[in-house]
Design a binder for this molecule. Structure first.
Ligand code: ADE
Length: 417
């Protein structure tokens, strides 16, 4: 088996970690048990570009139980858990091409090594695999039935490709399933971003001026959890609608130019580039801490900051100090990459359970359906509903059913006052 990982000696720790995550992933476990019997993925080759975490390892186990041949690379150079990569190779026979801290060339070499399996299905988080297929590996595209995309940023890229007529095979926007973005993006990003900030800095959040740039589903989660820890949260937005929601949720809303002068902690969660840049660094308070929870490392303009800095040093793991010529220090977490994965362990398993249940069920849907039209598809509603129902059941929560009278009332339009 071909693979490229950092350290095989970490295998036992990786296995423990994967098993611990599995305890919090009952929906995925149920799907794995069913896949083990029915083998819906037999004959499929699935190329995966995902954060190599213990939660992802449990998705790999599920797909493998379904009969698929797999290969996995990282979707971010800093998010690989090397012990998990080792256990996937050694204990679960999954070829992994991922090393935490890999440089850009190694990252793309690994993407290409995964594509060497000549996939019939792809699974991406951020669309780097899809992008590589569409640019330098176009010869592989005829084999591909469809792919899935995990994250908001990736789905935005895919919709841009579809609008340009550039999309060459069908993709399912797993991110947009209700059981994905209403939970993973909100509760997952909310908790894991705070976790990353605290592990990197050990600061007290209570009383801090805490600026959240972006009030999408992820930004909302971060703002809510920061407020819950006692921070004084300011929201920065470009969308009038989302700004209004932030204001009515009780947050102060202002432009980044004003927030830059006040903030003590900044989190970017916009999916866009250069949200915090030179003009903002110029007015920030001494000691301000910046991090990013959006998919790519483009939201805090580190190129500007590097040019402005007279010196730089690593203060703690995942915490870098930039000293400016006027003596102020600005701090950046996790090199401006996803702070929840660079400085912590990503979203908790209980929420990834739902996201990855969607991935597994979509893989089955693709393998067992007619070829889909080439466009960006929604997750079938039955899958979304099934994931919600299974998760509720696993949590021991029962709900009511409509009475026949109620069902009839909902489907009628004649009854009024
Ligand atoms: N994305 C965010 N958190 C994650 C996790 N724990 N595993 C895989 N992908 C993630």
């Amino acid at each position: 088996m071909n693979y490229d990982i950092a350290r095989k000696d970490l295998t036992p720790q990786g296995k423990l970690k994967i098993e611990w995550a599995e305890r919090q992933m009952p929906v995925l476990r149920l799907i794995r048990e069913r896949f083990q019997q029915s083998k819906p993925l037999e004959g499929q080759r699935i190329a995966c570009c995902l954060h190599v975490t213990s939660e992802t390892a449990n998705l790999m186990r599920t797909l493998k139980a379904g009969g698929a041949e797999l290969a996995l690379c990282a979707s971010n150079p800093l998010s690989t858990q090397d012990e998990v990569a080792a256990s996937l190779v050694e204990d679960f026979g999954v070829p992994v091409f991922a090393i935490c801290g890999e440089d850009r060339d190694t990252y793309y070499r690994h993407v290409n090594q995964v594509l060497d399996i000549e996939p019939t299905i792809t699974i991406d988080d951020g669309a780097d695999l899809i992008n590589t297929l569409h640019t330098s590996r176009q010869n592989l595209m005829d084999n591909i039935l469809a792919g899935m995309e995990e994250t908001t940023t990736g789905v935005i890229r895919l919709r841009a490709m579809a609008a340009d007529g550039a999309l060459k095979y069908p993709l399912i926007a797993v991110n947009d399933a209700n059981t994905k973005h209403l939970f993973d993006n909100y509760y997952g990003t909310g908790q894991s971003t705070i976790d990353g900030i605290l592990r990197a800095t050990n600061i007290l959040l209570a009383g801090k001026q805490f600026v959240v740039c972006g009030y999408g589903q992820c930004g909302r989660g971060v703002a809510m959890r920061a407020q819950g820890m006692g921070a004084d949260v300011i929201v920065v937005e470009v969308s009038p609608l989302q700004a209004l929601q932030a204001a009515m949720d009780g947050f102060r809303v202002m432009p980044i130019g004003q927030a830059a002068e006040i903030g003590e902690v900044f989190v970017t969660v916009t999916g866009d580039t250069s949200v915090i840049r030179r003009e903002h660094f110029e007015v920030m308070r001494d000691g301000a801490i910046m991090c990013n929870a959006g998919h790519f490392d483009v939201e805090v303009d580190l190129k500007d900051l590097r040019e402005m800095a007279v010196s730089r040093r690593q203060v703690r793991p995942s915490l870098e100090e930039y000293t400016l010529s006027d003596g102020r220090s600005l701090f950046v977490l996790g090199e401006g990459r996803l702070v929840n994965l660079a400085a912590a362990e990503g979203h908790p398993a209980a929420v990834m359970d739902m996201s990855f249940a969607n991935q597994a069920l979509c893989a089955e849907f693709v393998a067992c359906s007619e070829r889909l039209p080439i466009q960006v598809h929604s997750v079938p509603d039955e899958i979304d509903q099934e994931v919600a129902a299974l998760k509720l059941r696993a949590m021991g929560i029962e709900i009511d059913e409509l009475t026949p009278e109620q069902a009839k009332y909902l489907s009628s339009w004649q009854q009024g006052t």
